[in-house]
Design a protein around this ligand. Structure first.
Ligand code: BGC
Length: 434
């Protein structure tokens, strides 16, 4: 068993002074929920373990500097039971870029809609300060030859519009197929942030494709997006009717289904493995067992992950799921994104894994990927792992909207955090350190 420091008075103080404001079984949009804590099950030791010593997992948004991408190691090693769970952003980005390039090559006879020898694409960017978004922009520019080096890596800045190829953050690429050379041009790219500040905003992308299609018309041959939420919004608003292949990321159910209707493809970031890992690292710490239990080492119920679906980077205290391309060739295997991953779908025994209470937030209750894929998966796994979770849904814009609802950490045995901004880990750890 791992040792835990007992700071009884602190937990009691918290219990008395704070206002309980969790929400059970689902996030509320707009972050307005204030329903009182109802469940009393779980927690045998939440009153005796100091909040700062409780298991903590960051997920989906890795604590890091949003300008430089540098990892926030203080947050990642907040205590000995702190981890990050996400996916391998570079491997996935490379896959997305290659998927787009392969599609262009395989469809070269029909893809250049106005026949001018220039393959034009537009790019929807999620969040210029999010490592996953940056990696995807770079991956596409790299594969298509449109990337420009800046400070040792490919520039990931949005360009606005680039009608004649003179933008400085990208360059014209060239692609030789069947003996003919084509120019590849990023015609436009933009961070899809709404006026209230929410990033990865699908509605903003739907509007942008309207503007782009009226300026560029049939110069647009391909639409690429940092995620499916924005990709599907552009597909439904324009590309589907105009037969323009559109590529996203996440393998959300609606995007996978749309492949049958001309959506070009998407990437599965193995959310089924990530959601499992998110809860499993907490479960293991709560059980006082080795963190690899039920991950690289089979547990007594037979749950185990093979190393072709995740990697663990000990220095970064981070688990990364591996990505898989989903295209017309294999999409039938990905039609239900909320299904638990079979090798880790065995119920843990309640007597040796007693119910524990977990506080978990989703930074934006209306984020397509998190609400339609990730949270349903978490809700499937929480029962299997005997975790009683309060799901808190944020508004995607204000960190305090979420931190305000972590008023009583003493009530919980463990925490799972999805930040609005990757720089903001300290706003959460400060609450756990008080
Ligand atoms: C997903 C996006 C999502 C973002 C939220 C990314 O990993 O691909 O769809 O909006 O996470 O942080």
């Amino acid at each position: 068993m791992k040792k835990r420091i007992v700071v009884l008075t602190m937990a009691v103080l918290f219990g008395l002074s704070a206002v309980a404001c969790g929400s059970e079984g689902g996030s509320s949009s707009g972050g307005t929920d204030t329903s009182a804590e109802s469940s009393s099950s779980g927690s045998s030791d939440s009153g005796t373990v100091a909040n700062k010593d409780k298991p903590l997992v960051w997920f989906n948004r890795q604590p890091s500097n949003s300008s430089t991408g540098e990892l926030d190691m203080a947050a990642l090693s907040f205590n000995e039971d702190t981890y990050y769970v996400g996916f391998d952003a570079n491997q996935g980005a490379e896959l997305q870029g290659t998927m787009v390039k392969d599609y262009i090559e395989a469809n070269i006879d029909t893809i250049d809609r106005n026949g001018d020898g220039v393959i034009g694409y537009v790019l929807a960017i999620g969040d210029i300060g999010h490592n996953d978004s940056i990696a995807r922009t770079r991956g596409v520019r790299k594969a298509l030859g449109t990337g420009v080096e800046k400070d040792g890596s490919i520039d990931s800045e949005p360009i606005g519009t680039n009608t004649d190829g003179s933008a400085s953050a990208v360059q014209d690429g060239s692609l030789e197929v069947n003996g003919k050379t084509y120019t590849v041009r990023e015609l436009a790219s933009q961070e899809m942030k709404n006026s209230a500040g929410a990033t990865w905003d699908a509605a903003t992308a739907g509007n942008a494709i309207g503007t782009w299609s009226s300026s560029f018309g049939d110069q647009i041959d391909v639409v690429v997006s940092n995620n499916d939420g924005m990709g599907m919004s552009m597909f439904n608003a324009w590309s589907k009717d105009n037969d323009v292949p559109t590529f996203g990321y996440d393998a959300n159910n609606d995007a996978v289904a749309a492949i049958a209707e001309g959506y070009g493809g998407t990437i599965s970031q193995h959310a089924d493995v990530q959601a499992y890992l998110t809860l499993r690292v907490l479960r293991n710490a709560l059980d006082g067992v080795d963190v690899d239990t039920g991950i690289g080492t089979a547990d007594e119920a037979g749950n185990v992950l093979s190393d072709d679906v995740y990697v663990y980077n000990e220095e970064e205290r981070s688990y990364y799921a591996l990505n898989v391309a989903v295209t017309a060739e294999n999409y039938q295997d990905f039609t239900d994104s909320t299904k638990v991953y079979e090798p880790v779908s065995n119920q843990l025994d309640e007597s040796s894994h007693p119910t524990k209470k977990v506080w978990l937030d989703i930074y934006n209750a209306s984020d397509n990927f998190l609400s339609s894929t990730y949270q349903p998966l978490l809700q499937n796994y929480d029962d299997l792992m005997n975790l009683d979770i309060d799901y808190i849904g944020g508004d995607g814009q204000t960190e305090s909207n979420i931190t305000n609802r972590l008023g009583n950490p003493g009530q919980y045995d463990a925490f799972a955090i999805n930040m609005v901004k990757t720089d903001n880990a300290a706003s959460y750890t400060a609450l756990l350190s008080q």
